[in-house]
Design a protein around this ligand. Structure first.
Ligand code: SAH
Length: 483
């Protein structure tokens, strides 16, 4: 068994530290030391240009030449960052003779102190060490952890620091204080800081301290976009909220892969609505959100794609606002953006399309209110969210309003998921090809010149099922339907 290292956060403000070596490695350590307020002396025959500039600006002191023990006079710590092990060894030896701790970069064996991998959020620092055994593992963990912690934790640390005495005085009993903190950290204060409302957050903290109302846990709802399916398209904010959720109300469209990332003990409730087969009404969803939030839980309302694009997110916020429930909104990658990217279709293009329209043609009602003349205009891309059932009507209307029968389309089924399929063709063949290939929901339709680019630019999953040249027969049949 190796003896563990003693973790230590050193205050180097205005304290002299020696760095031996003037190259890129030394420069990285010097940047970290300067950030901690240390007075850095760097000893080396030559400095790399960045360090040279710092020395000229007086930000660091340059000791020119080969290492001599006298460089260690008056310093608190030393770092050896040369690529010559003998020099590094000499620094360690001279340091030990003076009871100084010396780090040798990437050399755990010679080092008497080591530098951890650090995650920083303001004054909050999380340090990771493997005792030099596996620096790559430490780096990997650091990256993983970076994703977990919201940037606003820095502000939270500062706020708690500011009121530390007051909190201790108000809650002298340790057990009571701990319980109070747990509620506080699950409540409005961190959320308000995420929302960049520091004054409200401070007010909420002080109210909670006065021990009344806010001391009980306050529920809230986060309306979160889950993206199109590929879990890699989730935002960091979405991931963090999924990690904190007590209850997740999710749509049917949200992929299992995304749900797997949520906190294990969060209650998951599917509130999926299928076109034509609404097994829970929108009012039912509202009632569930209110019930859980009013019981003090952190609710994540998880929606496919983006909550504000054909997601009825607006209605849900109106209900929350009317009932005084706090909320936040996290955008997601909407199907149009994801399907286009994963099919290799740029939605705008200098030569073919200067605008993009997101359209829903979900049911007869919405189709009939559409501006078909505008939609049939050329030099634009249409991204149509819809039930596959509406395709013949859509095709007929676009043709009838003058969109060319040779306009390319791409139908993207299960965009961004492993089973993604892309069917391409021309507007004349749209519904026939959808039928032939048995396209099912969820599918997104892209109409416009850019759709043809899928054939050359595709990169994800199976290659597009490309167009055959439209036969005279399909063309005239389509035109007849349109008439
Ligand atoms: N809020 C969602 C859209 C909900 S409407 C968003 O921003 O993406 C549902 C429609 O979205 C589906 O009928 C389909 O047209 C489209 N859709 C959602 N996910 C999809 C996916 N992975 N692939 C293709 N289309 C998708």
């Amino acid at each position: 068994m190796t003896t563990p290292l003693f973790p230590l956060f050193a205050d180097l403000q205005n304290r002299a530290v020696l760095v031996v070596g003037g190259g890129a490695v030394a420069a990285r350590k010097i940047a970290a030391l300067l950030a901690a307020g240390a007075r850095v002396r760097v000893g080396a025959p030559r400095l790399e240009p960045g360090l040279q500039a710092l020395a000229e600006a007086g930000a660091i002191e340059h000791l020119r030449g080969e290492f001599i023990p006298a460089w260690l006079d008056d310093v608190w710590l030393a770092v050896a960052a040369t690529d010559d092990r003998e020099v590094n060894r000499a620094v360690v030896a001279a340091g030990s003779a003076r009871r100084l701790l010396v780090n040798v970069v990437d050399d755990a064996e010679l080092s008497s102190f080591q530098l951890p991998s650090v995650i920083e959020r303001g004054a909050l620092q999380i340090a990771i060490s493997t005792r030099g055994a596996a620096p790559m593992l430490a780096r990997h963990l650091r990256e993983t952890l970076e994703a977990q912690f919201d940037e606003s934790l820095g502000a939270l640390t500062a706020l708690l620091g500011k009121h530390r005495r007051r909190i201790r005085a108000g809650l002298p009993d340790l057990v009571a204080r701990r319980r109070w903190f747990e509620r506080l950290l699950a409540g409005a204060v961190p959320r308000l800081l995420r929302q960049r409302q520091p004054l409200k957050a401070e007010r909420a903290l002080l109210t909670a301290l006065r021990g009344n109302r806010e001391a009980r846990s306050v529920g809230s709802v986060a309306l979160v976009g889950a993206g199109p399916g590929d879990a890699g398209l989730l935002t960091l904010r979405a991931l963090r909220l999924l990690n904190e959720a007590d209850v997740i109300l999710h749509d049917r469209l949200v992929s299992a892969e995304v749900l797997a990332l949520a906190r294990r003990d969060a209650e998951r409730i599917e509130v999926g609505k299928q076109a034509g087969n609404h097994h829970i009404t929108q009012d039912g969803i509202h009632a569930l959100m209110l019930e859980h939030a009013q019981a003090g839980r952190r609710v994540v309302r998880l929606k496919g794609g983006d909550p504000f694009v054909f997601g009825r997110g607006g209605e849900e916020l109106e209900v929350l606002r009317a009932h005084g429930i706090a909320y936040e909104v996290v955008p997601g990658i909407t199907a149009a953006l994801a399907c286009a990217a994963y099919a290799g279709i740029p939605l705008t293009h200098r030569e073919h399309a200067q605008s993009l329209r997101l359209v829903t043609a979900h049911c007869r009602d919405s189709e009939d209110r559409l501006d078909w003349t505008g939609l049939a205009a050329d030099r634009q891309t249409l991204a149509i969210y819809m039930g596959v059932a509406g395709l013949p009507h859509l095709q007929a209307q676009l043709l009838a309003h003058g969109r060319s029968a040779t306009t390319p389309f791409a139908l993207i089924e299960n965009g961004s998921r492993p089973e993604q399929r892309v069917i391409t063709g021309t507007l004349a063949e749209l519904s026939e090809r959808a039928r032939t290939h048995d396209v099912v929901s969820p599918a997104l339709l892209i109409v416009g010149e850019v759709a043809a680019l899928a054939e050359s630019l595709h990169w994800f999953g199976a290659a597009p099922v490309t167009a055959t040249v439209a036969s005279e027969a399909t063309l005239s049949a389509a035109l007849r339907t349109a008439a």
